[in-house]
Design a protein around this ligand. Structure first.
Ligand SMILES: [Zn+2]
Length: 428
């Protein structure tokens, strides 16, 4: 299953299950699967089906947070500056044309004329038909709403709705010049005053929300930050509860899978030195039947020889499968454990060594790293649970019994109907 079979072309909207089925030539049968419901519940904003994070394995980093420029102290009339910001109370994006920026050394307030997106789904067919999400954003002056603070009433009587906001909350966008064809083509709408944004509404909305989240450091799921090593033995239950809660908040999947992992974690809990064989397996790459499976088995003879297999969706690759195998091993290890993992993925070994070597990886480089969220979680577990991990290369298809078992588990994982996804909210 590929991500573009589930989301709109721009990656920002989750399709409805009916749309997914139609796009995939009705190759999916039966009722809406649980993992899709998880996506709907955990990854979308309100009823717009806007994805909280575009599901493309990449973060959107807020483009720019405004600073107060020194030279602009005082009252400034601003012309043609368009701003947007997220209103948390209304759960919506507010857009407007800056009128005055009032700046002193401590703060800066911007007063803007409120603009609303024109309902352009009503635009007649003589304009090239487009999918709803990529319709141009046409802005018209707000005729007055409950947000109006009347602060511009003396300056300009034509302004029907004005909003004052701290300047540092605002981000800017551009509109097309009135002489531009993109502007002119809406003349026939006979709007007395309108502007056409160079960016579509969903993009602005999405950016507004992301900037809001990053500025407010919103904690949706709080990862465990307690230092586990300071807890003594009689706190065993407490530590186990914490391990369970990490498993619970780091993964989005069927509860039964979480329970299986928690059960394994409790059986491993009293041991320290582990040895695993892990493997990943991808079938039918490039088709809608593509499945990404992974599996592992604990092979130290003195410890329980427990095994696990599972699957994941979106961008199936053997690297992703192998990374998932390593991640799920780390999730079931007790704090302070030492663990040797045999894998045939040189890519994982390289990524692991690279990450260990530079713990403070730059955001830019991090974005370039495939599947960075899985690896963020792997590195987080190593540091928070004080794990000592060694990845060792095993030759693929060698006649190694443990390796064959891992291989079989990974293949078996491909048939798992309930995929495991990383919870993007874990680090927020
Ligand atoms: Zn208004």
């Amino acid at each position: 299953m590929y991500i573009d079979q589930l989301v709109s072309a721009d990656g920002n909207y989750l399709l409805t299950w009916n749309e997914v089925k139609r796009l995939n030539n009705n190759n999916f049968r039966g009722p809406k699967p649980n993992w899709f419901k998880v996506l709907e519940n955990e990854f979308t904003l309100s009823n717009y089906r806007t994805l909280t994070y575009p599901l493309n394995d990449n973060y959107t980093i807020p483009a720019r947070l405004q600073q107060i420029p020194d030279q602009s102290l005082g009252n400034h009339r601003k012309r043609n500056e368009w701003t947007y910001h997220w209103d948390a109370r209304l759960q919506t994006c507010i857009m407007g044309k800056t009128y005055i920026q009032d700046t002193d050394t401590n703060s800066s307030i911007t007063i803007m004329e409120h603009y609303l997106p024109y309902n352009n789904s009503l635009i007649s067919n003589n304009i090239t038909p487009q999918i709803p999400h990529s319709l141009p954003l046409i802005l018209t002056p707000c005729p007055g709403c409950h947000l109006n603070d009347h602060s511009l009433i003396l300056q300009d009587a034509r302004i029907k709705c004005s909003i004052s906001t701290r300047t540092n909350r605002l981000s800017t966008f551009n509109t097309f010049n009135h002489l531009n064809q993109e502007h002119k083509r809406f003349k026939n709408l006979l709007l007395s005053k309108y502007y056409v944004s160079t960016k579509p509404l969903h993009q602005i909305r999405h950016s507004a929300y992301n900037i809001y989240l990053s500025q407010h450091n919103v904690n949706i799921v709080t990862p465990i930050t307690t230092t586990l090593e300071i807890l003594s033995l009689h706190d065993e239950n407490h530590v186990l509860r914490q391990l369970s809660s990490v498993i619970d908040s780091a993964l989005l999947c069927d509860d039964n899978i979480k329970l299986i992992l928690i059960d394994i974690a409790s059986k491993f809990f009293s041991y320290t030195n582990f040895q695993f064989y892990s493997d990943g397996s991808v079938s039918d790459i490039g088709t809608i039947n593509s499945k990404s499976g992974f599996g592992w088995i604990q092979t130290d003879p003195l410890l329980p020889q427990l095994s696990f297999s599972g699957s994941t969706i979106f961008f199936p690759s053997s690297f992703k499968s192998e990374s998932f195998a390593i991640l799920t091993i780390l999730l079931v290890l007790p704090p302070n454990a030492t663990c040797e993992i045999f894998t045939d993925s040189q890519n994982c070994i390289d990524t692991f060594n690279q990450r260990l070597g530079s713990p403070s990886i730059s955001p830019r480089r991090r974005l370039k790293q495939n599947n960075f969220l899985i690896w963020d979680l792997i590195m987080w577990l190593i540091s928070h649970h004080h794990l000592t991990i060694q990845l060792r290369k095993v030759k693929g298809h060698s006649n190694d019994k443990a390796n064959d078992q891992a291989d079989a588990l990974a293949k078996q994982g491909r048939y798992s109907l309930a995929p495991i996804i990383i919870n993007h909210k874990f680090f927020h």
